[in-house]
Design a protein around this ligand. Structure first.
Ligand code: NAD
Ligand code: DAU
Length: 353
C-alpha cells in the first residue's frame, strides 16, 4: 500500500511526511518540484528509509504523473503542492496560476484516468485529498461569525483566487466524474520547517539577526493560528473518515492580531535568548501595508470536530514555544534556507516599504 503526496518537501508537506511515518509503515511517494520553498533538508532524517520515495518533478508533468500512479498504485493522492505565499503572488502571479490551477487540473486528470482503471475494493477505497486554505472565503468583518464550509468564496489575492479555482476544479471532478475527493480548508499554520518568508518564522529569524521586524500597516489584521502537526492530524482524520465530496474547515479557535503574535515571539526570545540591548520588541517597525490585505480570518471547525472527532493537541502557548525552541535549536537549517534567492526576495518585498 502507498500514498502519493505532492509538495512533501515544503513546510506542511514535510511535517506530514514525518507525522505519517512516525505511526505508519505505508510508503509515501513524495513528488515535489523543489521550488524555492521545497527543501530536501526538511527530510534529511529520512534518507535511506524505504518508506519514503522522493521524486523530483512537477505536478504539471502529465507523463510523470501517469508513470508514478501506474508504478506505485497508490490508495490515495494527497495534494499539498502549491505556490503558497500571498506577497509573492502580488509581485508575480503567473507561477500561482500555473501550479495551483493548471497543476491541480493535471493531477486531477491523471488521477481520474488511474482511478477509472481500478476495480472492486481498490476503487471504492481510493481517495483524492486536496489541501486548501481558509483564504478562499475572503475577509471577515470584526464581529462576523467564523467561516463555515458553506461560506461563499470571495478570494482577494492572486494566491487565494488560484486556490479557490483549484477547489472548484476538485469539486467539479467529483460532481461530474464521481471522483472520490475530499477537501480541507485550513487556517494559518506555524511550526518547524516554516520558510522564513511567512510572519512567524520571519520574526524569529530577523530578531535573532538583529534585523527590523516588519509589521504591515497597523498590525491589527487577525489570523487563526494552528500548530502544523495539528493540521497533519486533521488531514489524517479526513483521509480516514471524511465523507466523499465534502469539505472540512480546519482551525484552532485561536484568533490573534499580528502585532500580538510579534509581541509573543519577542517575549519568548527575551526569555530563551535574552539580548544585551534589551527586549527584541525594540526591533518592531510598522511598514507599508500589503495591497488588498485581508483584515480577518477565522475558522469554524465544528464540522470536523463533530463528524471526525478531531481536536488540536496544542494550545497556542505550547505550540509557539515549541516553534521558537525549534528555530533556536536548528540554526544550521535557518542559515541554509537564507540563500541568495531568499535575500533577493527580502530585497524585492521590503526594500521599498
Ligand atoms: P510551501 O510553499 O511551504 O510548500 C509548497 C511545496 O510545493 C514546496 O515543497 C514546493 O517545492 C512544492 N511545489 C511548488 N510548485 C510545485 C509544482 N509545480 N510541482 C510540484 N511541487 C511543487 O507551502 P505550505 O505552507 O507547506 O502549504 C502546503 C499546502 O497547504 C498548499 O496547498 C497551501 O495552499 C496549503 N495551506 C497552507 C497553509 C499555511 O499556513 N502555510 C494554510 C492552509 C493551507
Ligand atoms: O490562512 C491560511 C494562509 O496563511 C495560507 O493559505 C497561506 O499559504 C499562508 O502563507 C498564510 O497566508 P498569510 O498571508 O495569512 O500568511 P503570512 O505569514 O504571509 O502573513 C500573516 C499575517 O502577517 C498577514 O496578515 C500579513 C502579516 N505580515 C506578514 C509578513 C510576511 C506582516 O505584518 N509582515 C510580514 O513581513
Amino acid at each position: 500500500m502507498s500514498l502519493l503526496i505532492t509538495g512533501g518537501a515544503g513546510f506542511i508537506g514535510s511535517n506530514f511526511v514525518h507525522d505519517w511515518l512516525a505511526t505508519s509503515d505505508e510508503t509515501l511517494v513524495n513528488l515535489d518540484a523543489l521550488t524555492y520553498a521545497g527543501n530536501l533538508g526538511n527530510l534529511v532524517d529520512l534518507r535511506g528509509d524505504p518508506r519514503h520515495v522522493f521524486v523530483h518533478g512537477d505536478v504539471c508533468d502529465r507523463a510523470l504523473l501517469d508513470r508514478l500512479l501506474n508504478e506505485h498504485r497508490p490508495r490515495a493522492v494527497l495534494h499539498f503542492a502549491a505556490e503558497s505565499h500571498v506577497d509573492r503572488s502580488i509581485l508575480g502571479p503567473g507561477a500561482f496560476i500555473k501550479t495551483n490551477i493548471e497543476g491541480t487540473f493535471t493531477l486531477l486528470e491523471a488521477t481520474r484516468q488511474y482511478w477509472s482503471g481500478l476495480q472492486g475494493d481498490e476503487r471504492s477505497a481510493f481517495r483524492f485529498l486536496h489541501v486548501s486554505t481558509d483564504e478562499v472565503y475572503g475577509s471577515l468583518g470584526p464581529g462576523a461569525p467564523a467561516f463555515t464550509e458553506s461560506h461563499p468564496f470571495e478570494p482577494n489575492s492572486p494566491y487565494s483566487a488560484s486556490k479557490a479555482a483549484s477547489d472548484h476544479l476538485v469539486r467539479a471532478w467529483h460532481h461530474t466524474y464521481a471522483m472520490p475527493v475530499l477537501t480541507t480548508n485550513c487556517s494559518n499554520n506555524y511550526g518547524p520547517y516554516h520558510f522564513p518568508e511567512k510572519l512567524i518564522p520571519l520574526m524569529i529569524v530577523n530578531a535573532l539577526a538583529g534585523k527590523p521586524l516588519p509589521v504591515y500597516g497597523d498590525g491589527m489584521q487577525v489570523r487563526d493560528w494552528l500548530y502544523v502537526r495539528d493540521h497533519c492530524s486533521a488531514i489524517r482524520a479526513v483521509l480516514a473518515g471524511g465523507r466523499i465530496g465534502e469539505t472540512y474547515n480546519v482551525g484552532g479557535w485561536n484568533e490573534k492580531p499580528n502585532i500580538e503574535i510579534v509581541h509573543t515571539v519577542c517575549a519568548l526570545l527575551d526569555e530563551l535568548r535574552p539580548h544585551a540591548e534589551g527586549s527584541y520588541k525594540r526591533l518592531i517597525r510598522h511598514v507599508a501595508d500589503r495591497p488588498g490585505h485581508d483584515r480577518r480570518y477565522a475558522i469554524d471547525a465544528r464540522k470536523i470536530e463533530r463528524e471526525l472527532g478531531w481536536r488540536p493537541a496544542e494550545t497556542f502557548d505550547s505550540g509557539i514555544r515549541k516553534t521558537v525552541q525549534w528555530y533556536l535549536a536548528n540554526a544550521a537549517w535557518v542559515t541554509d534556507v537564507q540563500s541568495g534567492s531568499y535575500r533577493d526576495w527580502v530585497a524585492a518585498n521590503y526594500a521599498a516599504r
